[in-house]
Ligand binder design. Structure first.
Ligand code: F6P
Length: 403
């Protein structure tokens, strides 16, 4: 009989995306009628421990009390996971750091009745780590500290975990995942792992529930057909932003990603104001194409003063690189990085919004919707409509909507 029960044990340092992946995976499995539950050690610690466990020394491997309490919590969750699979449950996800070999050995010994799959989450991007820590320290357990002190405390906690971290390598079944780029770095599967294809395929898929992709409102430069620069919104552009804000008022938008340019932040601002809790995160990866020596010129001026540039771009718009600037071809890498960052930092909300620019939005669209390279620089990106994108393992939706 093939096994239809599975333990998934998450592995990784704090703030490496374990819980985000665990909860997305759970949702995905449940949608496929596979009974799944997460057993999270951090949540249990916060619930069970009457005293403060947020201070870094609690995580010192030489702190006996801390080690004992964390061990106890791990055992409770292991016990609960076993009971869950003995009853109706099919997949039990143990969400904790599990960074030491000792802990993983013990876990494997206790979880004997069904196969165990370790999923290790790794993220080596320092900027992303900083941004995730910034979000972590908004947890109530850091309320008593000022932001810098909370960040410092969380960093120290990570250092303690790092001191006992042994990457997964000896386990019978494991996937080591780059959790920012959804890339499998290494895998080893020796047992018959139920739902394996679904799980593996899920881990490498970019999942967005509802991505609202908006182009900034009209700017003074748009009126003159000028490219690049950092111009602000016109009165019409401000009106467009207000209409967007009214349109999205009833949807919950927890995060809006913008570029670092004035026009996208000005468009996002009224939307944020209409929301209860919403943050704007400007990412330079979403800045508009850098048109180098042509920045701030109109298309007419480029044609008249630099006919060679104009003709060469017209000839092969995707591959053309503006002198001292970028081309679609060279923007791809940074825009893809921006998308990964946005998905990582939004840690699983239903609705994500990006307010970008014409060329950037074309690249974002082409990330989710296949287009031949030569057609990407011509994708329709109007200012009075937005794209609604759903991209999950089971569903793709792509809709241009009015607001
Ligand atoms: O005109 C607005 C704009 O966003 C410019 O800043 C940018 O250079 C241009 O559109 C990109 O569009 P295209 O690649 O079609 O020139």
């Amino acid at each position: 009989m093939t096994n239809t029960r599975l333990y998934i044990v998450m592995v990784g340092l704090p703030a490496r995306g374990k819980s985000t992946i665990a909860s997305k995976l759970r949702e995905n499995l449940i949608r496929n009628k596979i009974k799944t539950r997460i057993f999270n050690n951090g949540d249990l610690r916060r619930k069970l421990s009457p005293k403060d466990t947020s201070y870094p020394e609690f995580y010192d491997p030489d702190n006996r009390d801390g080690v004992e309490l964390r061990e106890k919590i791990a055992l409770i969750n292991i016990g609960r996971a076993i009971t869950y699979l003995k009853n109706k449950g099919q997949v039990a996800i143990l969400d904790a750091t599990n960074v030491s070999l000792k802990r993983r050995k013990k876990t494997t010994e206790l979880l004997k009745d069904h196969p165990v799959l370790f999923i290790e989450c790794i993220n080596e991007d320092e900027e992303i780590l900083r941004a995730s820590i910034d979000r972590k320290v908004t947890l109530p357990e850091f309320n008593h500290l000022r932001k810098e002190a909370a960040v410092e405390s969380f960093r120290q906690r990570i250092n303690y975990y790092e001191s006992i971290y042994a990457p997964v390598r000896k386990e019978k079944n494991f996937i080591s995942l780059d959790s920012l780029y959804n890339r499998i770095r290494k895998e080893e599967i020796s047992d018959d792992i139920p739902f394996y294809d679904r799980i593996r395929d899920f881990l490498v898929t970019d999942t967005v529930k509802n991505l609202f992709l908006i182009r900034h409102g009209e700017t003074y430069f748009n009126l003159q057909n000028r490219i690049g620069g950092n111009s602000g919104l016109t009165e019409k552009g401000r009106q467009q932003a207000e209409s967007l804000a009214r349109f999205f008022k009833k949807k919950r938008i927890p995060v809006i990603f913008t570029s670092k340019k004035k026009r996208t932040v000005q468009t996002a601002f009224p939307i944020k104001r209409q929301q209860d809790e919403c943050v704007i995160i400007p990412l330079e990866e979403f800045n508009e194409i850098d048109s180098g020596i042509c920045e701030c010129m109109s298309y007419g001026e480029i044609r008249n003063t630099m006919p060679g540039v104009y003709a060469a771009r017209k000839e092969d718009k995707y591959n053309y690189i503006y002198p001292e600037g970028e081309g679609y071809i060279t923007m791809k890498e940074r825009v893809d990085r921006g998308i990964k960052k946005a998905l990582y930092l939004s840690s699983n909300p239903r609705n994500i919004m990006i307010v970008g620019h014409r060329a950037v939005n074309r690249m974002i669209l082409s990330h989710f919707l296949y287009r031949r390279k030569e057609d990407v620089p011509y994708i329709y990106v109007p200012q009075d409509k937005f794209y609604h994108i759903v991209a999950t393992q089971d569903k793709k939706l792509f809709q241009l909507r009015s607001y």
